[in-house]
Design a protein around this ligand. Sequence first.
Ligand code: KG4
Ligand code: ZN
Length: 351
Amino acid sequence: MDRRETGARLEALRGRDDFLILAVETSCDDTSAAVTRGREVLSLAISSQTEIHRRFGGVVPEIASRNHTCAIGAVVNEALEKAGVPASGIDAVAVTYGAGLPGALIVGVSYAKAFAYAAGIPLMAVSHVRGHVAANYIADGTLEPPFLCLLVSGGHTQLIDVRGYTDMVVMGETRDDAAGEAFDKTARVLGLPYPGGPEIEKLAAKGKASIEFPRALRREKTLDFSYSGLKTAVVNYLREAELRGEPADPADVAASFQKAAVDALIRNAEKALKITGRDTLAAAGGVSANGCFRRELEALGKRTGVKTIVPPPVLCTDNAAMIGVCAYVMIRSGEAAAPPSLDTAPSLPTA
Ligand code: KG4
Ligand code: ZN
């Protein structure tokens, strides 16, 4: 089947909302596949490599790609089986082509290209960040742009004005570390395993947010974020406490760090709501699985009368379901299929 025929197949899908997408996501250390229909997730399979990378204290790119290669076939089969759909029943393939680790992305992109070519169906190239945003279309079946989205993951911290399904403007972003990166680095300083976000959250539950860590850029007009100073402040606090001979309580440090990190996110989101006048604030990315963040976001909604949406934790962290639903809104918005020469885009910008 040539490109013209797959193009015609894609055109035929645009007016429908019941077609089936097989989505593949391999941008970091989770191998994931899903079958979606419209905004509905028929199945989601995730093979996590967390245990493999934990002993290195972070994701080792080469090991991640090798494990994606080993897992991808079984993960796709699991997604098809769970959905009760044969490979021949799939109408389009969606794949994350960036941003992410080059060697990890290439596994998913190669697999998706081969699947689409063999089946003669269109392939949609999906941005990982836009996929995270799309997790909110699953969480709230009625959500439509425009809305604001706070994207907080291991690689990104951005305030995104979602003006249309495929039209986004980044209003603010981190000048140094991403929020998730700050959780991971601070966890390491506290001797906690990778990934640090959930570990900090568990430890913080046992402590008090009694230490005043600095809030960077608080008094500035910008909607940007900065997290490297917060991590340094934690390092300095621990060192000074040790020099004084009064070791700090790690649970209090974790709770205070978490509060400072979340405060910065909520403060800028509130500023952006005022500037744009948007009435809906969505969240996305691994850090939005954090309980403290979710509570503060809800409180912001109550305080300002703005509707807030946070996907369930499994859809906050990396997963293929969000990629499938992102491809669905792209198809419905008239986006073109990817060419057979599709390459990965490890540094793909959000907008
Ligand atoms: O979106 P994600 O799964 O992958 C990227 O695209 O980066 O985000 C992973 C990040 C990691 O930094 C991880 O520590 C953080 O999300 N994270 C959390 C929590 N769960 C995951 N951070 C804080 N609290 C959590 N419960
Ligand atoms: Zn992600």
